[in-house]
Every structure is written in structure tokens, then in C-alpha cells.
Design a protein around this ligand. Structure first.
Ligand code: PMV
Length: 320
């Protein structure tokens, strides 16, 4: 087989990954736990072609070069090494969600690429191997290989499912803070600066594993309020450690959204905020409160759109 198409969903970390181990291979320094975001997907076609002299990448309709292409080529080199092949490939990848939405497109992107490329090359990688290869490109991508609620332990090669998508009543709102803007500092660079300069990085490394363990237990106990509190605490601690190093992803939407969500809770609605390496706000709530929370979020200024998601499934081959 020389061609395959795979689809993967982005994911949202509830217990955040921030910081890498000082060793080769892109291993997180802390454990993380995410929910795979249903309804949003990346679809990637990989076609090996003896006529090509170099890998080509077309992302959302535009040819890509430079570091973005290089990251994909590195993945392709690992697939080629595993297959004993030297064929170059054309990669065509499309997101059905806005790429600048602060939803990590690298997570669904590298999960879909690892799966499609390995299948197209005819190597028989299991999900753990696909996850491990995806992690080398982007650690959060290791989690997008699986559906539902997914953990990636510190220093381990691959992620694994903790609970299936139907395990818990959960609605995620992604409030997009403006579109088309590239993030100022990449997550890898943000992590590097935090580790090098933040007086609170050690405190983060100390707190994150406990937060992860408590959040995992809350998830298994289906305790939504505890899970939400711990997810918000993880995001705030991650950002506090980054901000102390001058790495500021917060924007007006993050701050106003956080205040709004805290006010909703004071009024008795269970809603929790989380943020990643960008100014966008993500809000966790339950089905019964979803309409009310959505209406409240609609009052936020500078939000260009609100995307609604629920826990989704694993990465999969869609063709052939
Ligand atoms: O996988 P990366 O290198 O894009 O880093 C992801 C970092 C966060 O999104 C901020 C947290 C996470 O666990 O996904």
C-alpha cells in the first residue's frame, strides 16, 4: 500500500503538560490528562510516490515550507526507517476547525500523520507505537491517538486511555480570541524559557503530579466539580510559572473569561476555565448547564466564535 488517509481529533489537557525532561526524544517532565475533542478533526492523506524527490506538505490548501515542513519530514523519516523505504511522500492535511483557534492543531495533526504515514508505508504500528511516534513530534499529539480521557505519564513513550468518551457528562466551549493570529512564543520555546527563568518552575514540577493524580481520581469517580476545580488549578499554575518567566499567553479574553466563569460558580453554575499556549479560553461544564454557560460566554468582548465540543473518539484510518 502506498496511500492512506487518517483522521484524528485535537485534545484539551485538563491536567497540563508543561516542561520537558532533559533527554532526547521530547519526553514531558510531568504527567498530563486530556479529553479528546469530538466534532473537530484533522484529516490527513499520505501518498508515497517514487516520482517525488522530497516530501511535500499541503496544510489547509497551502503548501508549507521551513520548520513546519521539517517537523513533518522528521516524522516521515522515522516511518521510512521503520519500513526500510526511501520513498518521498505527498502529505495533504486539513483541519475542519480554525487553525488559529488555540486548539492544538499539532496534536491532531501529528496523530493523524503518524497513523496515515505508517499505514501508507505498510508498517504495522499498534496504537502505542503510533502514540510514541506522535509524541516525538509534539507530546500532546501522543494523547490524540486515543479517544475519551487520555493520560501521558512523565517520561513514558506513549499515552493511554483512562476512560472512554461516554464516561462523563462534559461539554467544552472553546472561545476563540480573534482569528488568524499566530502565537507569539511556541509551546516548546515557552517551556524552555519557563524552565530556564521561572522562579516558580520547581513549584510547578512539584504540584503537577499531585494535581494529575487527584484529577485522575476525580475523573474515575465521575466527580465533575472536583475535576473542574483541578483542571482550572492546573491551568492557572502552569500559566503562573510561565508568566514569572515573562512568557505571557493570557489576553483580555483569558482574564475576562476567568472572571466570568468564577462569577458563574458563585451563582451556582458549575463551569471551569482552562487556557493553553494562547489567549483563547476553554470552559468546561455539564450538559444541563451548557445553554446557560454558552449564553454567558456570548457576552465576552473580543471573542470571534464559540466552538462547542464533547468527548470524542480515537484516531482512525478512514481510507482505504
Ligand atoms: O504538544 P505541545 O508541544 O504543543 O505542548 C502542549 C502544551 C499545552 O497545550 C499548553 C498543554 C497540554 O498538555 O496540551
Amino acid at each position: 500500500m502506498t496511500e492512506a488517509v487518517a483522521r484524528a481529533h485535537p485534545n484539551l489537557a485538563l491536567a497540563k503538560y508543561w516542561g520537558k525532561l532533559e533527554r532526547e526524544g521530547n519526553f514531558p517532565a510531568v504527567p498530563s490528562l486530556s479529553v479528546t475533542l469530538g466534532g473537530l478533526s484533522t484529516t490527513t492523506r499520505v501518498r508515497f510516490d517514487a516520482a517525488l524527490t522530497a516530501d511535500r506538505l499541503v496544510l489547509n490548501g497551502a503548501a508549507v515550507s521551513g520548520t513546519e515542513l521539517l517537523r513533518a519530514v522528521k516524522m516521515m523519516d522515522r516511518v521510512r526507517a521503520s519500513a526500510g523505504s526511501s520513498l518521498r511522500a505527498e502529505i495533504v492535511s486539513d483541519n475542519d476547525f480554525p487553525t488559529a483557534s488555540g486548539i492544538a492543531s499539532s496534536a491532531s495533526g501529528f496523530a493523524a500523520l503518524a497513523l496515515a504515514a505508517s499505514r501508507a508505508a505498510g508498517v504495522d504500528w499498534d496504537a502505542a507505537r503510533v502514540s510514541s511516534e506522535a509524541r516525538e513530534s509534539s507530546a500532546s499529539a501522543a494523547r490524540s491517538v486515543f479517544g475519551g480521557f487520555v493520560e501521558l505519564a512523565a517520561g513514558t513513550p506513549s499515552a493511554r486511555q483512562v476512560a472512554p468518551a461516554g464516561h462523563m457528562d462534559l461539554v467544552v466551549f472553546v472561545c476563540v480570541a480573534g482569528e488568524g493570529k499566530k502565537k507569539a512564543v511556541s509551546s516548546s520555546e515557552g517551556m524552555r524559557r519557563t524552565a530556564a527563568r521561572s522562579p516558580y518552575y520547581r513549584a510547578w514540577l512539584d504540584m503537577a503530579p499531585r494535581n494529575f493524580a487527584d484529577l485522575r481520581a476525580a475523573l474515575l469517580a465521575k466527580d465533575f466539580e472536583k475535576l473542574g476545580e483541578l483542571a482550572e488549578a492546573s491551568a492557572l499554575a502552569m500559566h503562573a510559572s510561565a508568566i514569572a518567566a515573562g512568557v505571557v499567553y493570557f489576553g483580555s479574553v483569558s482574564l475576562e473569561g476567568l472572571t466570568l466563569v468564577q462569577r458563574l460558580r458563585e451563582e451556582g453554575t458549575a463551569a471551569y476555565a482552562t487556557m493553553d499556549a494562547g489567549p483563547h479560553l476553554k470552559v468546561l461544564t455539564r450538559e444541563a448547564d451548557a445553554a446557560k454557560v454558552r449564553a454567558a460566554l456570548a457576552s465576552l468582548a473580543n471573542v470571534s466564535r464559540i466552538i462547542e465540543s464533547r468527548p470524542g473518539g480515537a484516531a482512525e484510518i478512514v481510507q482505504p
